[in-house]
Design a binder for this molecule. Structure first.
Ligand code: NAD
Length: 466
């Protein structure tokens, strides 16, 4: 049976050189159209879609699904002439008579697959990079955030020609059909388990991949901090998007002497941010699906049954998928909350007495997408950074490194392969083509068969001096 998406793929493939040879001005004009669509024509529909999909507060949509895309567009528009420009490199003496440069050419026809939790940002930010780099694209957004996928389909059809960008909606079957096609690059954002499926399929065509994955992102808090200051930051970072954030603090490692005050302060902060009845708060969203809601209920029940203290200021309600901010004190390593990515508003708080104990705990697990450090001690900060590995780190706050698109965003091993944002995103969709132009006789051209003693001497000189 022929692949139902082959025709669309072939259409893009036929157009790839025309699109790839567009000037920076043409690409900037497409990005401007996208910017206008997001900030004016479709802005209210994006907000409504997020509210419908998982009760996402409007301000959170603006902050985390509109602002990052607009910021990414602005960055690309400002820098594209420099990013696209051929870069001359020096030539060694043996290559006298030539010049060399790097040409930044698009990879070709690429696939973007995205998750449901920040559906607009995680679909359109890579799209901005791919368009800036001059590619043709197939986009497959999540089948779970249905309303957001529908708005994005309308935006794409409005802004782009169908022989440049197509958005195909569908679930696992559609994803499998797309993954069977020989794309020139796949940019996938989602879970590590599906990331492995993507990479396995990509290997069949040796398609390059960017995998933006997830996992458990730890937070170190040592005894030197001012608890009242950090409580607000962690509460915001953890419960933004109702905890459904890939770089949300997954669990906290806190020095023993301040654990009591941290818990008390966080309870106060939760109440001051979302009120005593958080389900009535306009600043607090919902869980995306009944399946995820039940999974979170099971995580808490598992922790409770194994002896952890569970703190919730109000009870969960399955009818409207309301799951309250939840603290789990002193979790043990066999609890599911310490073994699985939580991806919801549950924060385990694990106590340590020696910093190296906490570092050893983190290093015994998969390398995280994000690792956060709250400390007033420069020595401790340096020690943690030097003795751990992570995709990204924010010091004395959380999430914020995502918002600086000068920084490469991405994971390491289980939390991801490759980087995105700004120039790093442009590079993900770009082939750095090595070009050497020989314009006059070259010393290396003298070395041709038959190989004589004189030529051997020439090589000896090259090795020694050039
Ligand atoms: P997911 O992996 O289930 O789905 C992501 C995409 O893969 C969707 O488009 C989905 O249709 C597709 N998919 C699902 N199962 C598939 C299969 N068997 N074969 C082929 N394709 C399949 O992820 P999700 O539940 O939508 O999102 C949550 C995960 O994404 C978390 O692990 C989170 O940490 C991660 N995430 C990472 C980032 C990042 O930037 N690193 C950002 C957001 C979310």
């Amino acid at each position: 049976m022929t692949n139902p998406h082959l025709q669309a793929f072939e259409r893009l493939k036929a157009k790839q050189f025309e699109i790839g040879n567009t000037s920076y001005k043409e690409r900037i004009s497409k990005l401007t159209k996208l910017q206008i669509a997001i900030t004016t024509t479709y802005k209210s529909r994006i907000r409504e879609a997020m509210l419908a999909d998982f009760g996402k507060p409007i301000l959170e949509t603006d902050l985390s699904d509109i602002y990052p895309v607009v910021d990414e567009i602005k960055k690309a528009k400002k820098n594209l002439p420099y990013w696209m420009k051929n870069k001359r490199v020096r030539s060694p003496l043996v290559l006298f008579g030539s010049n060399s440069y790097i040409k930044y050419e698009p990879k070709g026809v690429c696939l973007i697959m995205s998750p449901w939790n920040y559906p607009v940002t995680l679909t359109l930010c890579p799209l901005v990079s791919a368009i800036a780099a001059g590619n043709c694209l197939v986009i497959k957004p999540s089948e779970i955030s249905t309303m957001a996928s529908k708005v994005m389909q309308d935006i794409i059809e409005d802004v782009f020609n169908s022989d440049e960008v197509v958005l195909i909606q569908g679930g696992v079957e559609t994803a499998e059909q797309l993954l069977a096609l020989p794309f020139n690059h796949i940019f996938f954002t989602g879970s590590p388990s599906v990331g492995k499926i993507v990479m396995k399929n990509a290997a069949k065509h040796l398609t390059s991949v960017t995998l933006e994955l997830g996992g458990k992102s730890p937070v170190f808090i040592d005894g030197s901090v001012k608890v009242s200051e950090i409580s607000e930051k962690i509460t915001f970072g953890k419960f933004l998007n109702t905890g459904q954030t890939c770089i949300a603090p997954d669990y906290v490692l806190v020095e023993q002497n301040i654990v009591g005050s941290l818990i008390a302060e966080m309870e106060n902060t939760i109440a001051s941010f979302y009120g005593k009845e958080q389900k009535d708060s306009k600043s607090y969203g919902r869980i995306i699906s009944a399946e995820h809601f039940n999974r979170l209920m099971e995580l808490v029940a598992d922790a409770q049954s194994k002896g952890a203290e569970v703190i919730q200021l109000s009870p969960a309600e399955s009818e409207n998928k309301f799951f309250p901010p939840t603290l789990i004190v002193n979790p043990s390593d066999d609890m599911r909350v310490m073994r699985e990515e939580i991806f919801g508003p549950i924060l385990p708080i694990k106590v340590y007495t020696q910093l190296d104990e906490a570092i050893a705990y983190v290093n015994a697990n998969e390398r995280p997408l994000a690792l956060y450090i709250f400390s007033e001690s420069k020595v401790n900060i340096r020690h943690i950074i030097a003795n751990t590995r992570a995709g990204g780190t924010t010091i004395n706050h959380n999430l914020l490194h995502f918002l600086n698109n000068e920084l490469p965003f991405g994971g390491i091993n289980n939390s991801g392969i490759g980087k995105s944002h700004g120039y790093h995103g442009f590079k993900a969709f770009t082939n750095e083509r090595a070009i050497l132009n020989q314009f006059t006789i070259s010393p290396v051209s003298l070395i041709k068969p038959p190989y004589t003693k004189l030529k051997q001497k020439l090589i000896d000189l090259m090795i020694k001096y050039f």
